[in-house]
Design a protein around this ligand. Structure first.
Ligand SMILES: [Zn+2]
Length: 455
């Protein structure tokens, strides 16, 4: 089989790999570039989407699925294969992506006009998405073997990253390649830890946190509790930019736990994201993906994602009304990297005031507003206004949905791989991870965009 790396090469977004085997063309992921590489989403595709037979989606984050409707718009008519929980998640994520694009494109085109560049159109619209959703013909379970034709089979295994996330085991004759998708952090709530991969000739592996070690989930929850208590004590609010999918549900799960233990500081709690609220409903509908603890609570009839004092905010009016709350409120809003969504309004109203806290709970890609703030910017531009950054900034990587260096190394070593190609990471992270793997006798290197390998 031949593999061509088309995205997420020496960067964390835009995952897309082409596998050609037995006369079939299969794409693993159809991800969007986010942050500094966004313009790449509009560039001409290096293949004819009409020639692709199957697209396998590892999970429903946009950097893995965001270009699917564009591929459909440009002729893809094959089948989309993904874990059953991902189908509805993909729909809501892609619907939201269209809304975010509509919002962003106006600003972007004004900027392009000033530079004398041609206008950009939307990558795809509702009709392209409707057609794309028609290509999800079956819901797949973990461990199920699926024939792709031409003597190639795949099995999706639990990647423990977000609900429905999978790594892909691709088998052809004696040969086996594994595509990690995104590998989850150990001890995450709700979903199971990543499954152990079988022995493989090649592992194509993410490397997001290849140079980081996360604090334990337990310690991170305690740190989070302290930040909330201290901020409420000094009369401030806590703002939590959060990915709508998984991170928001994880945080609700932790807050509910703190509440039940009697450790949640008294205050008001808001989930201000219609997308995260929808995603939460999908989480409730898929208990087959839960880990033991979540499953036990579910069987007791407990609501995993709710506690007294929590409100779900749906309308824009309700969201705006949160601006007048002075102190003792925690607002979870999307998006997680502060690129779009309601979080930008909350930042504008909160980050200039040193009483407030801003708590990042996930990876901030280069070029995003979140990354600028996390990197210590003293002033940022939000909706055409300069805003001083005076709030306390916290980074809780222990809440990450991604495995850290140890997690990645152990997971990869279990596959006893003949070779490892690193994707989905920045060069520093990849170099350090390659060194760690070399110490375990595993040879790994980073993929170049457009590079092809045969196994
Ligand atoms: Zn992901």
């Amino acid at each position: 089989m031949r593999i061509t790396f088309l995205g997420a090469c020496k960067t964390v977004t835009g995952s897309m790999h082409l596998v050609e085997a037995g006369g079939r063309k299969v794409l693993v992921d159809a991800g969007m570039f986010q942050g500094e590489n966004e313009e790449l989403n509009w560039q001409e595709l290096p293949f004819d989407p009409g020639s692709i037979d199957i697209i396998i989606l590892t999970h429903a984050h946009l950097d893995h699925i965001g270009l699917l409707p564009r591929l459909v718009k440009e002729g893809f008519r094959g089948e989309v294969i993904t874990h059953r929980a991902n189908i509805e998640l993909a729909r809501i994520m892609l619907e939201d992506s269209i809304e975010v694009q509509k919002e962003d494109i106006l600003t972007e085109n004004r900027r392009r006009a000033r530079r004398g560049l041609p206008e950009l159109g939307l990558l795809y619209d509702e009709e392209d998405l409707r057609k794309a959703m028609g290509l999800f013909r079956r819901g797949v379970n973990y461990g199920e073997e699926i024939e792709l034709g031409g003597g190639t089979t795949i099995i999706l295994h639990d990647a423990g990253h977000i609900l429905g996330s999978a790594f892909v085991e691709l088998n052809r004759g004696e040969r086996r390649a594994i595509f990690s998708g995104d590998i989850g952090n150990l001890g995450k709530p709700i979903i199971r830890d990543p499954a152990t991969p079988r022995k493989a000739d090649l592992v194509v592996m993410e490397s997001t946190y290849g140079n980081r070690l996360h604090a334990s989930v337990r310690d991170t929850v305690e740190q989070f509790r302290k930040i909330i208590a201290e901020t409420f004590e000094r009369g401030g609010n806590v703002i939590v930019p959060s990915f709508a999918l998984e991170r928001s549900q994880d945080i609700l799960y932790y807050l509910r736990e703190l509440y039940e233990e009697g450790n949640l500081p008294e205050g008001r709690f808001f989930l201000d994201s219609p997308l995260a609220i929808e995603a939460t409903e999908i989480f409730r509908a898929h208990p087959e993906c839960y880990d033991q603890e979540a499953r036990a609570l579910f069987l007791e009839g407990k609501d995993l994602f709710s506690f007294p004092g929590l409100r779900f905010i749906r309308t824009v009016e309700e969201s705006k009304s949160l601006n007048s709350i002075r102190g003792r409120a925690l607002i979870i809003a999307s998006g997680g990297m502060c690129v779009g969504g309601r979080i930008k309004h909350h930042l504008k109203h909160h980050i200039w005031n040193e009483k407030n806290s801003l708590v990042f709970t996930g990876y901030q890609a280069k070029g995003t507003l979140g990354r600028k703030i996390a990197d210590g910017a003293e002033e940022v531009e939000i909706y055409w206004e300069r805003v001083a950054v005076r709030a306390q900034i916290h980074m809780l990587e222990g809440f990450s949905a991604h495995a850290d260096q140890t997690g990645l190394t152990e997971w990869c070593a279990a596959a006893e791989p003949g070779a490892v190609v690193l994707v989905h990471g920045e060069p520093d992270a990849q170099e350090e991870l390659a060194q760690r793997l070399a110490e375990r006798g595993i040879s790994a290197r980073a993929a170049e965009r457009g590079e092809q390998i045969e196994i």
